[in-house]
Design a binder for this molecule. Sequence first.
Ligand code: SF4
Ligand code: SF4
Length: 82
Amino acid sequence: ALIITDECINCDVCEPECPNGAIAMGEEIYEIDPGKCTECVGHFDEPQCVVVCPVECIPKDPAHPENNDQLLAKFFRLHPDK
Ligand code: SF4
Ligand code: SF4
């Protein structure tokens, strides 16, 4: 999963881009639900939130390291119809 750092300026552009609905406003800044973030694996070649973020504040979450197989498995859990 990726994580939004405190450099987030709450510009709102990433939230609608997430194909998994993993991004939501938190108490002070936007937050990513690691249970829903597949790093866009299964949907896109690159993380869509990272593509649109104007301040580059969305790195990989060191607390939730995952390989491609794990991310793809999460994608299929989130989208059982695929
Ligand atoms: Fe959503 Fe993709 Fe960003 Fe994860 S990497 S929060 S799935 S847009
Ligand atoms: Fe924050 Fe970046 Fe999302 Fe804007 S695009 S709300 S700065 S994480």
